[in-house]
Design a protein around this ligand. Structure first.
Ligand code: CUA
Length: 313
């Protein structure tokens, strides 16, 4: 549980942390090795080929194709190696691998982090997670660009207004870790910090059960409150399309073409309903821009997603 206070080596507490550290150390050693080698050769040649007398003239060199190819191709292959390893880590940080991956929804605003667990608990500047379980973060900013940074997880990802960003990581060590905002976002930027608590699975289950209404239930309440339910009738006979099974399905548009009804599309359709109207419906839905918070939007979307699950479509 103790904090590692050595600033160069923060705790290594996620599956990708050792991989990122390995890559960083390899790149560092690689750079140091070649820097030292080049400087040593510069000094050696400076001494070896220094002008020895007034009429000293070096032998003229007219280029060498073999040399040119060798010193282009060898470094290219070496750097390509880093690219391959780096890409693998990159993809791991964006790929949901486990069947029991949990979701966390993060909203950044001046100057706090708001965390929502689908089961219900909501936190500010604190985040509780179970150990050894993959987590997918879905993040958005309410105002300006922030950056979600947990050094122990080697997780740093910009949190942007108007767009969902995501990150996938598995915590591997029980403990308390720092949470920072890593993008200058105004006066209190330096105070936009918090703590991450990685707990044993059983402790987490206890903790999460202490929360209140689920995100889905909150979303359902908002769905009624904003009058969505009066038009989006489940039988498809309302003024708006039925939302049952809509999540992640392909929707034909009025203007031709189609769009996948993912989180971003659902969010856009709530805030700017005229942007992509579904075929067979009129653009009669009012905008909810400025009326619903990003947290609320995530709850409504969670509710719409649950409609799919319940119907098993
Ligand atoms: Cu938020 Cu810096």
């Amino acid at each position: 549980m103790q904090h590692n206070t050595m600033p160069f080596f923060p705790d290594s507490a996620s599956t990708i942390a050792p991989e990122i550290d390995g890559l960083m150390i390899a790149e560092l050693l690689f750079s140091v090795f070649f820097s030292v080698l080049i400087f040593a050769i510069v000094v050696y040649f400076a001494l070896k080929y220094k002008r020895k007398s007034e009429d000293d003239r070096p032998v003229h060199i007219h280029g060498s194709l073999v040399l040119e190819i060798a010193w282009s191709l060898i470094p290219f292959i070496m750097i390509l190696g880093f690219f391959v390893v780096g890409t693998r880590v990159f993809f791991r940080a964006y790929t949901v691998e486990a069947a029991n991956t949990m979701e966390i929804f993060v909203t950044g605003k001046q100057w706090m982090w708001k965390i929502q667990h689908p089961e219900g608990p909501r936190e500010i500047n604190e985040m509780h997670l179970p150990v050894n379980r993959q987590v997918k973060f879905t993040m958005i900013a309410e105002d300006v660009i922030h950056s979600y940074f947990i050094p122990a997880f080697r997780l740093k990802k910009d949190v942007i207004p108007g767009r969902y960003t995501s990150f996938v990581v598995t915590p591997t060590k029980v403990g308390k870790y720092h949470l920072f905002c890593a993008e200058y976002c105004g006066t209190q930027h330096s105070g936009m910090v918090g703590s991450v608590y990685v707990m044993e699975e059983s402790d987490y289950e206890k903790w999460v059960a202490g929360g209140d209404e689920s995100m889905t239930a909150r979303g359902e309440a908002l769905f009624g409150q904003y009058g969505c339910s009066t038009c989006h009738l489940p039988n498809g006979k309302g003024r708006g399309p039925s939302l049952i099974g809509v999540y992640n399905s392909m929707q034909k548009l009025q203007t031709g073409g189609s769009v996948k009804a993912d989180e971003s599309y659902l969010r856009e359709s709530i805030l700017n309903p005229r942007a992509k109207v579904v075929e067979g419906f009129q653009a009669v839905m009012p905008t909810f821009q400025g009326q619903i918070s990003e947290e609320g939007l995530l709850q409504v979307i969670a509710y719409i997603k649950s409609l799919e699950k319940e119907e098993g479509q």
